[in-house]
Design a protein around this ligand. Structure first.
Ligand code: GLC
Length: 442
């Protein structure tokens, strides 16, 4: 069985819990058309402040409702955008005025959130943007940000007096705040680096030298040695302090267990409900509950985690389209979480049949067959002949017969009879998003 490479942080809870909630919430929630709108529409700092900072008033914000929604969906950790690329901070940072306490919200929004989620036994993850389109010292480059397409001379003018080292210090100070003022933090989720390919420095992209990533890494490992750090600091994989604890594919599902330098690593797919991370009013391309459940299953079947994003509104609510999905996932998880928690990719000799995914719990030695397309009564499970002690559907614990095919039938299967275990499924698909057969191995 594959085991992920150990790293500096504690990943044991993470590879057990498997499922988390990502939350993108900030001033962009008011724009309600993607969290990158400042970049996309090239909105100046002053204009962005005028529109959104001056009007951010989440009067319906009740973090306990968010935590309840996550807990009921079966999520075991959450990751909140303490600051996104726009630069606005949800907590009462000493190092900026651009924060929730100075907006019409007039309060620290992060502290009560962390407390509410902890109350539901949900672990705490803090997302923090490395980029900052608001900070007066972050050098403006020609790749990303509202001023990226200005003529070079104008960008140069805006860059007068800016000092990237001062911005790196700001990152350092805020990281320190986040890791000292909110108790134990389980995950630090930095986002992201885009170093210039030709190595021309801050005016053409941003990477480890611009963030002073190594200094940040030292600080983090010192303040919270067990914390898990994501992989976006742009440090070399072989950094002695352990530059990351997990990999973060986003907006696609990897085709198998994520490997780095030929070795399996801890990984987490982060995905959106629709095409945007921040609240998007008009976007209609929402994923169905079933699709999302399949993504969760798919991630665990490849030894990974699933971090599902919600983008609450500017008034502080998780909107009904998201709530609907979370409730549906919760319904499924209530009866099927046994095939998720504590599970991982099945041992290599068990290759899932067509239209199915396996997960495996090495402690209980149970193999979970997720049936994505309901078949005609029988499925043949390769390499499992004589190895299954008992089988049942997970939703209602109804027995699934370990019945071989008649000889004349099995002549039409590719798998040989002595190698495959055939099981007999009910004619009608159980009324659940994805049915699961629990196979107790001998
Ligand atoms: C990206 C985007 C972003 C989002 C993040 C989540 O890098 O910049 O808006 O927060 O991915 O993974």
């Amino acid at each position: 069985m594959l085991q992920p490479q150990p790293t500096a942080g504690d990943t044991s809870w993470f590879t057990h819990d498997r499922f988390g909630m990502f939350i993108h919430w900030g001033l962009y929630s008011l724009g309600a058309r993607h969290e990158w709108l400042m970049n996309a529409e090239k909105i100046s700092v002053a204009e962005y402040e005028r529109r959104y900072f001056k009007h951010f008033d989440p009067d319906l914000y009740d973090p306990q409702l968010w935590a309840d929604a996550a807990a009921n969906a079966g999520m075991k950790y959450f990751v909140i955008t303490t600051k996104h690329h726009e630069g606005f901070c949800l907590w009462d940072s000493k190092f900026t005025d651009y924060k929730a306490t100075n907006s019409p919200a007039k309060r620290d929004l992060l502290k009560p959130m962390v407390e509410a989620f902890r109350k539901r036994d949900i672990r705490v993850g803090l997302y923090h943007s490395l980029l900052d389109w608001h900070h007066p010292h972050m050098i403006i480059d020609n790749k990303i940000g509202p001023y990226r397409e200005l003529p070079e001379a104008e960008r140069e003018k805006l860059n007068e007096g800016r000092d990237q080292a001062k911005y790196a210090e700001y990152l350092y100070n805020q990281t320190k705040e986040l890791l000292t003022e909110f108790g134990k933090v389980d995950v630090l989720w930095y986002d992201f680096s885009y170093p210039d390919k030709e190595g021309r420095g801050s005016k053409f992209g941003k990477g480890k030298d611009d963030w002073q990533s190594e200094k940040l890494l030292k600080l983090i490992r010192e303040l919270q040695p067990k914390i898990m750090i994501d992989d976006r600091l742009n440090l070399p994989d072989d950094h002695p302090l352990g530059p990351w604890d997990f990999k973060t594919p986003e907006q696609f599902q990897p085709d198998g267990w994520v490997h780095i330098n030929g070795k399996p690593v801890v990984w987490e797919a982060c995905q959106t409900l629709s095409g945007s991370w921040g609240y998007h009013r008009d976007e209609a391309s929402w994923r169905s509950t079933e699709e999302l459940i399949r993504t969760l299953i798919d991630s665990v079947s490849k030894g990974g985690n699933f971090l599902l994003n919600v983008g609450p509104t500017g008034r502080g609510e998780i909107d009904e389209r998201a709530m609907d999905r979370l409730k549906g996932i919760g319904e499924w998880m209530k009866r099927h979480s046994r095939s998720i928690y504590g599970c991982t990719q099945a041992p290599a000799e068990f290759v899932a049949p067509k239209d199915c995914r396996y997960t495996y719990n090495p402690t209980t030695k149970r193999l979970y067959l997720h049936v994505l397309a309901w078949p005609y009564k029988h499925i043949a499970l390769d390499n499992l002949a004589g190895k299954v002690e008992y089988a049942q559907l997970l939703n209602d614990a109804s027995e699934v017969k370990l019945q071989g095919l008649e000889e004349w039938q099995s002549a039409h299967w590719k798998l040989g009879q002595n190698q495959a275990q055939t099981i007999t499924l009910p004619q009608v698909k159980p009324n659940v998003a994805v049915p699961v057969v629990e196979l107790f191995l001998k």
